[in-house]
Design a protein around this ligand. Structure first.
Ligand SMILES: [Zn+2]
Length: 281
């Protein structure tokens, strides 16, 4: 069982040579890296080479897609472009032996109950169409929980997508979940109940869940800002979700965890904290 803990993008605190940051992360016993393809699934040969080298060093690679992927939009041109982008993402992932593509389900829908339901149906249809039109290999789509209430990607919307797409698995960003529900994860019991709900609804996919975990500030529209690892909320209260509860629950649910920290300017500290807690170090 290989537990994976790591960061998304090159940490701002890394000051060494551009392609050597894997060794820096490895020095902290981290072994996961999420490539941020914020502006499209493009990658230089040098980066690809570096990723393959990192994999030989024991790193596990996931890719985070651009924010403008929007399969649920009512605008056909936007949907066409999104299909094209995700298709390219699968090709890129295969070329670097990566099998997890994380992406946000998007907006562009009518933000009513019916509008959201229709958008989720469109996402399901298009994800299925993509996976039928190309060879997916070992690549899986990971729609992520969105941090803002206006975005698609509530826990149940992610579950619905994953229940209806063979190739879709859940990316559970516990901070986004907490923020979009206005600070819902106030206790370990609440987080446990959410994970249990996910397990009950997706029994065959639960073991493959991809996590993002860090603490977050939120307001009446959901996510405001990712917090620095260890920081309190602006009002002085404890930063939540509590990462100790989270790590304890990883053990409780017998998960082989794959966890990415997105703590503001301190991902490596958040990742190391969870990794060390997980291994009792
Ligand atoms: Zn994300």
């Amino acid at each position: 069982m290989i537990a994976k803990f790591g960061v998304a993008g090159v940490p701002v605190n890394y000051k060494g040579k551009p392609n050597d940051f894997f060794y820096w992360l490895k020095g902290m016993n981290l072994n996961a890296y999420e490539v941020q393809c914020t502006f499209g699934f493009k990658m230089s040969d040098k980066t690809k080479e570096n990723i393959l080298k990192a994999q030989q060093e024991g790193f596990y690679i996931s890719i985070h897609g651009p924010y403008y992927i929007n399969l649920g939009s009512t605008n056909d041109a936007v949907v066409e472009r999104s299909i094209d982008i995700l298709t390219k993402g699968v090709e890129l992932a295969k070329s670097i032996n990566c099998n997890r593509i994380i992406f946000h389900p998007g907006g562009g829908h009518e933000n009513t109950e019916q509008g959201r339901r229709d958008a989720i149906k469109r996402i399901i249809k298009h994800l299925n169409d993509i996976s039928l039109s190309i060879d997916m290999g070992d690549v899986r789509f990971y729609p992520e929980i969105g941090g803002k209430t206006a975005n698609l990607g509530s826990l149940d919307e992610i579950i619905e997508i994953c229940q209806n797409c063979k190739y879709a698995y859940p990316c559970i960003d516990i901070a986004h979940l907490h923020a979009r529900e206005f600070g819902s994860i106030k206790s370990k019991e609440i987080l446990r109940a959410k994970l249990q709900h996910l397990k009950d609804k997706l029994p065959d996919k639960f073991s493959m869940v991809h996590f993002h975990a860090y603490t977050i500030n939120y307001g009446d529209k959901g996510e405001i800002k990712h917090l620095v690892h260890g920081a309190s909320m602006p009002d002085g209260s404890e930063g939540l979700p509590n990462l100790d509860w989270f790590v304890e629950l990883l053990h409780e649910f017998n998960l082989e965890p794959w966890v990415i920290s997105e703590a503001h300017d301190s991902q490596e500290l958040g990742a190391k904290y969870m990794r060390d807690a997980y291994f009792g170090e």
